[in-house]
Design a protein around this ligand. Structure first.
Ligand code: NAD
Ligand code: UGA
Length: 459
């Protein structure tokens, strides 16, 4: 198969944009085009303010855009010119009909397949970059080759494992790249051609090749395993709070076991982000549709535990604050689902804000990059939520501060100044275990962290 010179990506989101920018940077000899139906998003990629905040992304785009990286809404010409099409459209959880609340909503993916079919002018390699249910490649091939298309489409799976906030480092130096294909001569040739793209910067031994079903399932499985670790440590955190054990110490002790490892054992207010919940629910649905009830229930419990962690965090706040927050000013430090991103999809901060607003607290939300999203998402609460980019102004006069995103700037605040500006008693809830609790207690705060004994000045 000839070199895949003209690379096209359909979907200019959190995955399509950064991934293609990195391919353009590392493969100066190839042309990379990213298209999207969302004209505003494409305009943002071409402007100085990218569609979302991601450390290091601006530099990579700046160095490649107009050279070998192009953004466009002209899907027709882009497909006609492409040698390979990566599909990185959104695959959210279905909200209607069969499988609602669990199955993947494949409407965007199928529309994309039809666009490729409509505009193709020659045989094409089509690569699933989106996270999809196992066996989607068969459906993709059927759509692409329906209606007597004169062209042949080889469908591969190349799931993306980047995490937001560290996307550039993850893409530059991935733990692995996974490419799955049919194990036919044509499938293997297409696989090799896609591997060649990554091999321009990723060591060959980190590029794994599998059959297409293993590749599709591995992506769901990886997210399920990562989320399962968080729910496991969060389940322990509740027991720690009851017994006097400290979850950070427990996590350290178990993480030292090389079979377990230290990463993804940080207890907190719960996992967020666009994918963990959706991908596990997708896995649950797949298990159910294969009649695997126990396996489905097992994975579903990871999501249930996460929801419990979010609500019990708020229950703990209420309990500590004499069972009422009505009329009290509560500053929420952080709204993004994790540090170093403006993304707020499935952020635990929204659950916390919704529950506190229901309790009639006066909320002030502070985040260095996610306030635009927060304003939209919390608009239904009207005047009971205000927004403040300066943390010191956010906490002034507050009865309580809850840290919901582990932005480094929050740990670096002058906490004595924060304390002095608050109403007393001053409550501090660290939903990310990212602060120095002993120092805060010594300043005078009543400190409540996740999975640790409360540090209270009462009694
Ligand atoms: P996103 O919503 O940010 O981006 C998807 C883009 O696809 C949108 O801009 C949308 O307008 C565009 N789109 C939808 N239908 C289209 C069509 N018919 N033609 C052209 N463009 C179309 O989503 P995302 O976060 O980038 O995720 C994309 C996929 O990658 C999902 O399957 C997700 O599970 C997976 N994934 C995401 C991440 C992540 O960190 N966000 C990481 C790994 C994998
Ligand atoms: C996650 C995976 O890490 C990526 O490999 C995957 O590609 C991506 O999902 C995806 O498919 O979308 P992401 O959601 O961007 O990446 O971020 P993570 O670093 O995984 O964090 C997810 C959530 O878990 C965050 O809310 C974070 O605060 C929380 N978390 C993470 C914990 O509560 N404890 C931890 O120890 C680690």
């Amino acid at each position: 198969m000839k070199k895949l010179q003209n690379i096209l990506c359909i979907g200019a989101g959190y995955v399509g944009g950064p991934t293609m920018a990195m391919i353009a940077k590392k493969c100066p000899g190839r042309k990379v085009t990213v298209v999207d139906i969302n004209a505003a998003r494409i305009a943002a990629w071409k402007s100085d303010s990218l569609p979302f905040y991601e450390p290091g992304l601006r530099e990579v785009v700046r160095d490649t855009i107009g050279k070998n990286l192009f953004f466009s809404t002209d899907i027709k010409s882009a497909v006609a010119e492409a040698d390979v099409v990566f599909v990185a459209v959104n695959t959210p959880t279905k909200t209607f009909g069969q499988g609602a609340g669990r199955a993947a909503d494949l409407q965007y993916w199928e529309k994309t397949a039809r666009e490729i079919q409509d505009w193709a002018t020659h045989d094409l390699v089509v690569v699933e970059k989106s996270t999809l249910p196992v066996r989607t490649a068969t459906a993709m091939k059927r759509v692409l080759e329906s209606g007597g298309s004169p062209y042949r489409f080889e469908v591969l799976s190349n799931p993306e494992f980047l995490a937001e906030g560290t996307a550039i480092a993850d893409l530059e130096n991935p733990d692995r790249v996974l490419v799955g294909s049919a194990e036919t001569p044509e499938g293997l040739a297409a696989r090799e051609a896609v591997v060649d793209i990554y091999a321009e910067w990723v060591p060959r031994d980190r590029i794994l090749t599998t059959n297409v079903w293993s590749s599709e399932l591995s992506k769901l499985a990886a997210n399920a395993f990562l989320a399962q670790r968080i729910s496991s440590v969060n389940a322990l955190s509740e027991l720690c709070e009851k017994t006097g054990a400290d979850v950070t110490e427990v996590a350290r002790a178990i993480g030292c076991d090389s079979r377990i490892g230290p990463k993804f054992l940080k207890a907190g207010v719960g996992f967020g982000g666009s994918c963990f919940k959706k991908d596990i629910l997708n896995l649950v649905y797949l298990c159910e549709s294969q009649g695997l009830g126990e396996a489905a229930a097992y994975w579903n419990s990871v999501v249930e535990m996460n929801a419990h962690q979010e609500t019990r965090f708020v229950a703990g706040m209420l309990r500590a604050m004499f069972n009422t927050v009505a009329g009290k000013r509560v500053a929420l430090l952080g709204y993004a689902f994790k540090a170093d991103t403006s993304d707020t999809r499935e952020t635990p901060a929204k659950v916390v804000a919704d529950l506190l607003a229901e309790e009639r607290a006066d909320l002030v939300v502070c985040d260095p990059h996610a306030l635009d999203n927060a304003r939209v998402e919390l608009a239904p609460h009207g005047d009971s939520v205000t927004f403040e980019s300066d943390p010191y102004r956010a906490v002034a006069g507050a009865d309580a501060v809850a840290v919901l995103t582990d932005w480094r700037q929050f740990a670096a605040l002058d906490w004595r100044r924060v304390f002095d500006s608050m109403r007393k008693p001053a409550f501090l809830f660290d939903g990310r275990n990212c602060l120095d609790h002993k120092a805060l207690f010594d300043i005078g705060f009543h400190v409540f962290a996740v999975g640790k004994a409360p540090m209270s000045h009462f009694d």
